[in-house]
Design a protein around this ligand. Sequence first.
Ligand SMILES: C[S@@+](CC[C@H](N)C(=O)[O-])C[C@H]1O[C@@H](n2cnc3c(N)ncnc32)[C@H](O)[C@@H]1O
Length: 277
Amino acid sequence: MEKGILEIKEHTHKKYRILGKYLGACKTFNKKYRNFAYVDTHAGSGKVLFEGDFEDGSPLIARAINPSFPCYVIEINEDRYKILNDSVTDLPNITAIHGDCNEKIPEVLRKIPGWKFTLCFVDPDSLIDEYTGCHELSWKTIEQISQGPKTEILLNFPLMPIVRNIGYVLSGQKSSKTQKFKDNLVEFFGTDKWIEIGTNRKKLLDFYLSERLRGYEFKGAILIRTGNAPLYYLVFGSHHKVGAKIMRDVMRKEWRGGQQFLANFNDVYPLTYFVFD
Ligand SMILES: C[S@@+](CC[C@H](N)C(=O)[O-])C[C@H]1O[C@@H](n2cnc3c(N)ncnc32)[C@H](O)[C@@H]1O
């Protein structure tokens, strides 16, 4: 196996389908207006392995949908970056960047004209990258993205590591890990108010949506599980009603096999807050 190649699990396909369907809708608008750009802050290796076979990871999903809009893809892991870079070298619209997305994001956003709709796919695994020891995602990165008037965010909210870290901190153990975990959570949330919230997943999500995605009028999320066990939320934020409508529809169909809703759908899942938990 190639060193650095990312291996995925079955549940990752749901994330890929949601990203792919949304990008498919963006392609339709881009064809007409040429007004779209894509940023992948945690790009991985481009091609990925699933049960021994190669598949497209997020940057290549974007490429397959529409090779014409500009894509900026960032990866911190050197081996992974090499595979990523090789898989996009013949594609002039894709710029692969090696480094920490929290440092690179300002220069990437500066390259994209403010009138372009820019989907930022932010896909960390955890709070700390296991190979480099870097923070996977700083709250400042989300702040910078959300200030762009035409940006949208699709974010992997790494619920399980968050809950584990908060649980450890709140257990009151006095060890060197406690301060480290606290610091990692503060870097992710931008505050220590999570101490008051505890480990309730829905309250943590609500807190993040209201605090970190406060710049976006339209917000939503879907809980991704493996079997019955919750893994992470895929969180969406947008300044645009049309984008929110499309993403709500995509998430609705992916949620537990697109089951029927008995209550009035718009009342329970308004465009300003649609959470499929
Ligand atoms: C969940 S994987 C991404 C998978 C990819 N988005 C896909 O769907 O195919 C997370 C990736 O983020 C990278 N990473 C972790 N911290 C990072 C950082 N601060 N900046 C850029 N990349 C980072 C990891 O090396 C890993 O490849």
